[in-house]
Design a protein around this ligand. Structure first.
Ligand SMILES: [Zn+2]
Length: 194
């Protein structure tokens, strides 16, 4: 039996870079008190981005499921303390309900799971920038963080209601933006051809 070693790739290198930095920052005595926090911040930012991409991928899979059901492909997950507690996608066609956006589905499911209407320890990942209605719901639920993929310059909340979220909610945009945008473009191109 023989094993073939995988060729090292740049992608692989960047994936393990935060781990190297962590070991280096902890083990070495060369760093002064001023330098170590700087590397810790870089490390935290890198691992946060990786985690965001991991959860956004799950939201993306939900968006794909929406596409398979001929719904506008928007998917979302709610994460609490590193675990997905709710997942869902746009159901406006199935439920014949214009309010059945992905965000509304997961906010309701997450609140049921948590047994409380406020989701202040949770992060909502959604493949497309929320609309005004969903931003309002995210504000009411007091989510601590909103992460979205594709921007929506026409219907997104930032154009019409940039203050709709709770003041403590932080926003990260552009996570897996290319994939999320491509899914929307494919869907609307397909609809125009029909
Ligand atoms: Zn919406």
């Amino acid at each position: 039996m023989h094993f073939q070693r995988e060729k090292p790739t740049f992608k692989g290198f960047y994936a393990i870079l935060p781990n190297f930095l962590a070991i280096f920052a902890h083990k070495t005595t060369l760093f002064s008190d001023f330098v170590i926090p700087k590397y810790s911040i870089i490390m935290t930012e890198l691992s946060q981005r990786q985690e965001d991409e991991r959860f956004m991928h799950q939201a993306y899979l939900e968006a794909r499921a929406a596409l398979d059901s001929d719904e506008v492909p928007v998917g979302a997950v709610v994460v609490c303390r590193g675990k997905i507690i709710a997942r869902g996608h746009n159901l406006t066609e199935l439920l014949v309900d214009v309010t059945a956006h992905a965000e509304m589905q997961v906010i309701t499911a997450a609140a049921t799971f948590m047994g409380g209407k406020y989701l202040s320890d949770c992060t909502l990942y959604v493949t497309v920038e929320p609309c005004v209605m969903c931003a309002g719901a995210i504000g009411w639920a007091q989510l601590s963080r909103l992460v979205f993929g594709a921007e929506d310059p026409k219907r997104g909340f930032r154009k019409f209601a940039p203050q709709a979220l709770h003041p403590r909610t932080t926003v990260t945009s552009g996570v897996l933006a290319e994939e999320c945008t491509a899914l929307m473009q494919d869907f609307f191109q397909m609809k125009r051809r029909k």
